[in-house]
Ligand binder design. Structure first.
Ligand code: PBG
Length: 327
């Protein structure tokens, strides 16, 4: 057989396969999303996300230490307040749940890099991501509150803020307020390409943040759109975002690549709650091998162009990287 090119030559054994591997990743790029809840001595499992918990501030430390031990250095905090109101005032309360979570994490695990999800939907009684005007979110009045939320998180110890609300102009508004308060050095990771997605279902259970009426389609993106993804990414970059994000990850690999090629900023991909729940439930049913598909999904995000991977599987992935199973 006259075959000059034989791709199988480079697949002969594990050593050569690793030598020519095109996608390399490292634990330092993993981010773990964590839920902090009001109350004392609480570690409660989230029903739609087996293996994920809500922690009260006094119980955060055990999880943070476990993450640090596993080599996961980056944690993104989400707060779940006891009381919600029209204006989402818990989001920017200097003594709010997530702010106390930051203070605790800062003190308990100073080596961790702490990120804050900046949004109002966990804190509003109507579950929308900003102030309402009639049935819709009032973009410009919301900006000020988002900026206050970001500032309060930074004052409480956040190393980075990540606006996920999808209001127009939020990156610029947050940048200005942080700078006015001498936090010029704090980076902003913008959820730039965030779709109105049913993959967030389990998260909304976890954070009790489903909208009370309607949906998020007037602010989150329509998932039929591709050029708009680049438009959002470029806009956030122009407003001063330091890192961009595509969310969800699994069904959006094309857009991870598109944004990667269109900008020069580091890019994060958020593998969301629905992706996690799908893996957990199909594995529990015995239909797939959990660790294998978790790894495959993670590699696909990096291969598409992600530099940073936000995932509820961060600890398990760190282990797989450590063992050389992927990476
Ligand atoms: C807040 C926010 C959401 C997620 C991250 N930040 C929920 C939403 O937009 O409805 C989803 C994360 C996940 O599903 O894992 N706006």
């Amino acid at each position: 057989m006259e075959l000059t090119v034989r791709p199988r030559r480079l697949r002969g054994n594990e050593t050569i396969r690793k030598m020519v591997r095109e996608t390399r990743m490292d634990k330092s790029s993993l981010v773990y999303p964590m839920f902090v809840v009001e109350g004392v001595n609480i570690k409660e499992e989230i029903p739609s996300m087996y293996g994920q918990y809500r922690y009260s501030v006094d119980r955060m430390e055990e999880k943070l230490l476990e993450l640090a031990e596993a080599g996961v250095q980056n944690v993104m905090l989400f707060g779940i307040p006891a009381h919600k109101d029209e204006a989402g005032s818990g989001a920017y309360d200097t003594d709010g749940i997530v702010q106390r979570g930051f203070r605790k994490a800062r003190q308990a695990c100073p080596q961790l890099y702490l990120m804050g999800d900046v949004c109002m939907c966990e804190y509003t009684s109507h579950g929308h991501c900003g102030l309402l005007h009639g049935q819709d979110v009032d973009n410009d009045r919301t900006l000020e509150l988002l900026a206050q939320t970001a500032l309060s998180q930074v004052q409480a110890g956040a190393d980075m803020v990540a606006p996920s609300d999808m209001m127009d102009g939020r990156v610029g508004a947050i940048r200005r307020l942080l700078d006015q308060n001498h936090y010029e050095h704090i980076p902003i990771m913008a959820y730039s390409v965030k779709f109105a997605s049913s993959f967030y279902g389990p998260f909304r259970d976890a954070a009790d943040s489903a909208p009370a009426f309607g949906d998020r389609k007037t602010y989150q993106m329509d998932f039929h759109n591709r050029r708009e993804a680049v438009k959002e990414a470029l806009l956030d970059a122009a407003e001063g975002a330091d890192i961009l994000m595509v969310k969800p990850a699994m069904a959006y690999g094309d857009l991870i690549r598109e944004v990667k090629d269109a900008t020069h900023l580091p890019l994060a991909a958020y593998s969301v709650s629905g992706e996690y729940a799908m893996v957990k439930t199909t594995a529990a049913a015995g239909f797939v091998d959990e660790t294998s598909i978790m790894c495959e999904m993670a590699v696909s995000a990096y291969r598409a162009g992600a530099d940073i991977y936000i995932t509820y599987f961060a600890q398990e992935l760190a282990k797989c990287m450590e063992e050389g199973r992927i990476g």
